[in-house]
Design a protein around this ligand. Structure first.
Ligand SMILES: C[S@@+](CC[C@H](N)C(=O)[O-])C[C@H]1O[C@@H](n2cnc3c(N)ncnc32)[C@H](O)[C@@H]1O
Length: 276
């Protein structure tokens, strides 16, 4: 169900965005006792997150204390400007401008081996990760070598209103049409779309990539699919053991599921972050 006043507000206001998961969590719970418990925990999470809120600059600095704060500010502003100029359809739950700027800045600072994203949506965060990791060409005696960071991004195959009840943009036209429509044509060769229910595709993909605690990957992980505590914990549980030290996980619209798992309130608005 699409509620114009509510959904427009959620898109613009960080506080209502944080309440988003709570409201839908309540609606979704069947028993009133469970519903009340959920609400109490989520409300506690929201209050503590607001109390611990960091500005975008302080948030990135907390993850990368070794980096020059002025360089961080410069990157954040470059990213914010890019995000402001993105063409956003009115639905699709795309990340806000500061969240986008943070994705851009962190990709640039850490230069990961790869980016793993759950919840492609229209592709705002995918776009920012791509722009944060431009192709690099080096001269070698036998010619030029070009390196680039690949992005693997997960979403559904079909449009759906899920447990979080958000009516996502219609996916009839798949990659580069509905899902991932903001991915620039010139960067599409760097993007792998994995379509289907993440609860199945994510463990399958980890197996196919032969990732394990003994063969981990240095990745920037962006969790932005279903914003329920159970789902955020599921994704964390799958990815955390196969990440190399130095990897970063960002989670949009954190719930108590994130803070219980991560044990920290390091957040900018409701974007949570941790560096392994
Ligand atoms: C908030 S939107 C992502 C926004 C996107 N990161 C951006 O900035 O444009 C969440 C996306 O997660 C997808 N999603 C939610 N639950 C999913 C699941 N269980 N499996 C696959 N995709 C899921 C939805 O289809 C939706 O496109």
């Amino acid at each position: 169900m699409y509620i114009p006043g509510y959904h427009n507000n959620v898109a613009k206001n960080a506080f209502t965005a944080g309440l988003d998961a709570s409201v839908y969590g309540m609606v979704r719970q069947t028993s009133s006792v469970k519903s009340w418990q959920f609400f109490k925990r989520q409300l506690g999470h929201i209050v503590k997150s607001i109390a611990a809120h960091k500005s975008p600059g302080d948030f990135v600095e907390s993850l990368f204390p070794e980096c020059d704060p002025l360089a961080i500010q410069k990157l954040l502003h470059e990213g914010y400007e890019l995000a402001q100029n993105l063409e956003r359809p009115d639905r699709g739950g795309a990340a806000g401008n500061w969240d986008c700027a943070i994705v851009f800045t962190i990709t640039r600072l850490m230069i990961p081996n790869e980016v793993i994203e759950t919840g492609t949506g229209i592709g705002a965060t995918t776009f920012m990760a791509l722009k944060g990791s431009p192709r690099v060409t080096e001269s070698w005696p036998r010619g030029n070598m070009t390196y680039s960071v690949g992005v693997t991004t997960f979403d559904r195959e079909e449009s759906i209103t899920d447990d979080d009840a958000i009516p996502y943009y219609r996916w009839e036209e798949l990659p580069l049409g509905g899902v991932g429509q903001l991915v620039p044509e010139e960067d599409s060769d760097r993007v792998t779309f994995v379509l289907g229910d993440i609860r199945e595709t994510l463990p399958e993909w980890i197996r196919d990539q032969r990732l394990s605690p003994r063969t981990p990957t240095k990745a920037l992980v962006i969790l932005d699919s279903m914003h329920t505590p159970e789902h955020q914990q599921f994704e964390l549980g799958q990815l955390w053991p196969v990440l190399e030290t130095g990897s970063v996980i960002l989670c949009d619209d954190t719930t108590y599921g994130w803070t219980d798992w991560i044990g920290s309130y390091n957040n900018c608005g409701f974007l949570g972050g941790i560096r392994k």
